[in-house]
Ligand binder design. Sequence first.
Ligand code: PDD
Length: 294
Amino acid sequence: MEATVNVNGVVTSADQAVVSVFDHGFLYGDGVYETLRTYNRRPFFLDRHLKRLRASAERLTIAIPLQDDDFTQRLQATMADVHPSGEVMLRILITRGIGELSYDPSACRRPTVVIIAQAHREIPETKIRTGLRLVVASVLRNHPQSVDPSIKSNNLLNNVLAMQEALHLKADEAILLNHRGEFAECSQSNLFVVRDGKVLTPPLDAGLLEGVTRNFLFEVGTDLEVPVAEAVLRETDLPQLDEMFITSTTREVVPVIRVGSHQIGSGRPGPITMRLLEQFRRRAHETARDPAAD
Ligand code: PDD
């Protein structure tokens, strides 16, 4: 593993980075995380990611022991020597901390703060040219009254199980349905479709992670005067769709050409998807040049 890691302020190589087996993040998945990437070596939308990190932590009643400026410094210290000529992927993890085997939060004195910095690997351009193949997983997205998908938690078994199904079928991603049988999101990304010139994505109420990229896509759509809205979507809508794509921090915007046995639209990456991707990248690079823009 090629990475630099920061555990509670101490920066080491990947093989030297250690967290206790009594950490409740390890024992119970009791923690939260964010994945960021840099453009021009600046963490993109750091403010939005930290806001979501704090919101997730609050839902688990984990008190994050760092201010935003502390995060900025720690991220810089961790990524300084990583992939100097290229972009970096950063993962921030906050766990409940080290404590006795107990579900009582008071068993842990202080949260553990980990940052992993690695070279960012762009999604291969061939995938963008050919488009992704998705499957609808048999495992349902967690019910919002169970492990709420809007919390970006380290408890990722729901996502892991869905992605295992996709991998088994040699697909690129898995779509998860919610308990009502509606599309919610994918195992590691948000889902969008294009129908009659409109871009649609499942509403937050479908039970999903409110992606930073998903939210940004509404702004990118406005730039292009392409309407982007929330709508309930189901498998029965697949034959009527013109285009489909997924969004995430690490993958930006990636076209989808097939879901299971259904071809989407022409079976090739769609023109609206490609315009959104182009504008997304333009805005991301602009923001990286001009910090005041985000
Ligand atoms: N994944 N939905 C899920 C379940 C995700 O795990 C992610 C992000 C997203 C997209 O969110 P954003 O646009 O804020 O990256 C949606 C990240 C990349 C990860 O797990 O590493």
